[in-house]
Design a protein around this ligand. Structure first.
Ligand code: TPS
Length: 212
């Protein structure tokens, strides 16, 4: 695959403690980085802001050690507090256009999930640094989804924008190369790495497939 010049992170790990099968999520993250993950997003839904900040700071010690960007899901306050590399938001969250106007997000990555086609023409897409194709395939990890884009939906979005496209949703070793061929610049994974028996090997195998 060719790296996108403004988002050269082909393997994107989205991690939550609950998706790590009872293992220490920090250890899973470190193994995944050793396996070849290029960027990590921390996504925690049912915890307080204080707990989220605590977890994010712990994870940031690891991502800093390996010089990997850390993205925070949804919570701008957490992203600001821990000096994250960026934030990822969905259609229901704080809007990228609002974030971009805040001084603290001027130079941070802002990722935006594309769940409906009309979003492609909105001001949030215009200011986002990358777009999440969400979901590329239906997944048990997130069930409140709208459009299953599939390879054809991804290819259609590819034909309409030069922004970096991050495909997410049931991405695994078996479908990785087809998703790249359809136009993704990056593949985001939860269960194929966090749920694997050996997260390091799982990340390595997917990364290897991407670099072919
Ligand atoms: C970059 N999202 C869509 S599907 C999914 C998530 C968390 C679950 C995938 O799990 N785009 C980005 N970050 C996000 N958090 C989302 C979209 C939302 P699995 O790999 O286990 O199928």
């Amino acid at each position: 695959m060719n790296l996108h010049p403004s988002f050269p992170y082909p393997l994107y790990l989205v991690i939550s403690e609950k998706d790590c099968r009872g293992r220490d999520f920090l250890q899973v993250a470190e193994y995944a980085i050793r396996g070849g993950v290029d960027i990590i997003q921390l996504r925690e839904k049912e915890i307080t802001t204080k707990e989220f900040i605590y977890k994010a700071l712990k994870l940031k010690e690891i991502t800093d050690k390996y010089h990997i960007p850390l993205i925070i899901n949804d919570q701008a306050e957490v992203a600001e507090k821990i000096k994250a590399a960026g934030i990822h938001v969905g259609n229901q969250d704080v809007a990228p256009a609002v974030l971009r106007r805040q001084h603290s997000f001027e130079h941070k990555f802002i990722g935006y999930s594309i769940e409906y086609l009309p979003q492609l023409d909105d001001e949030n897409t215009a200011v986002a640094d990358y777009l999440g194709i969400s979901p590329i395939f239906n997944t048990k990890t997130k069930t409140d989804t709208v459009t299953e884009w599939g390879l054809s939906g991804l290819a259609m979005i590819r034909s309409r924008t030069d922004k970096p496209l991050v495909a997410i949703g049931n991405v695994r070793l078996e479908n990785a190369s087809a998703i790249v061929k359809a136009g993704a610049d990056s593949l985001a994974v939860v269960s194929a790495i966090c749920g694997a028996d050996h997260p390091e090997q799982a990340a390595y195998a997917i990364k290897n497939e991407l670099l072919k």
